[in-house]
Design a protein around this ligand. Sequence first.
Ligand SMILES: NC(=O)c1ccc[n+]([C@@H]2O[C@H](COP(=O)([O-])OP(=O)(O)OC[C@H]3O[C@@H](n4cnc5c(N)ncnc54)[C@H](O)[C@@H]3O)[C@@H](O)[C@H]2O)c1
Length: 348
Amino acid sequence: MDRSYPVDALVALGARALEAAGVPSADAELTAAALVDADRRGIASHGLLRLPLYVSSVQARGVNARPNPTWVREHGAVAVLDADAALGQVAMAAATERAAQLAGQFGVAVVAVQNSTHYGAGAYWTERLTARGLLGILTSTTGVTVTPFGGVEKVLGTNPLTLAAPSAGPASLTADMATSAGAYGKVVAAQNEGKPIPEGWAVDADGRPTTDPTAALAGALLPFGGPKGSAVAVLLEALAASLTTASYAYQTEDIWANRSARMNTGHLLLAIDTAAFTSREHTERRVADLQEKVRASAAAGETTFAPGDIEHAHAQSHAETVPLAGSTVAQLVELLTSLGLETTPLEP
Ligand SMILES: NC(=O)c1ccc[n+]([C@@H]2O[C@H](COP(=O)([O-])OP(=O)(O)OC[C@H]3O[C@@H](n4cnc5c(N)ncnc54)[C@H](O)[C@@H]3O)[C@@H](O)[C@H]2O)c1
């Protein structure tokens, strides 16, 4: 059963666990805050559920606790960051800051990242742009988990796509998703909780459709939206990895299987300064108009959400405390105990 815990306590315990593994405190806090924010937004698949993986990957040196990220290319509105196997959150904090600065200067910015790792929920990063009146488009490679439409062999990652626009309304307009039918973390969460996954999410190792999360993880996830979704997923893989020396998913040894694997994850972030086109106020009003039209499309008595509304509402109602699944709490208690840390914040 889910229980709720104070946000501050969860960020602090996440940071302590990462610090115990050797991550400097500022990077540990930044990463823990990003994970807890996903839980606040109701994206448990990218919340503290990931912390044991992050910590064990740092311990096994698949993730570099003390990286030296370097800007390897700088060309006008383009910049390329080699993250030196940093936590993806550390890489993305630098990438979003750079993208915002370049977009302010040039009206648009394209920042690519190579040699990175998992950055968590994409919307956490695009929110940093929309809060400044910028549009953001973000994608990434991941571990190899997805077979393209018509295939059985895993070739692609769950390649997240985040498209975000600032709004004059209460929430940015944010489409943030895995391009697999279900996010990998949701399959892991279903496995942890002993629940089936929806039909159409995966095939087993023999290529047969399955709703068993364990069989799905041994087999392959499927792209969302049939051949069209598969086409998008393939292109995102190319965008996230072909501009840099980042690896394609099929060239990686997945860190879930081997914590010492260097993922060489690639990210691509585009930022567009609305003020370079008309004005920030104009774009934010236009975006709010569209959100309102989408919401108003519901049948009488029903609710229709604009992209990002559900996560925004969840975050608003969980500003102070955040629910965690019992299986996640059990894994966190085990992690903290193994690190010799207090488990008090998680005790009933
Ligand atoms: N870092 C990585 O490697 C990686 C990889 C894959 C996914 N992710 C992240 O996983 C997270 C979850 O992805 P997901 O595919 O499970 O997302 P999801 O299916 O929960 O939501 C996808 C989108 O659909 C919208 N949506 C959902 N339900 C809706 C409804 N009833 N009405 C209107 N809109 C609705 C949401 O606002 C969201 O924009 C994302 O934050 C993504 O960035 C990260």
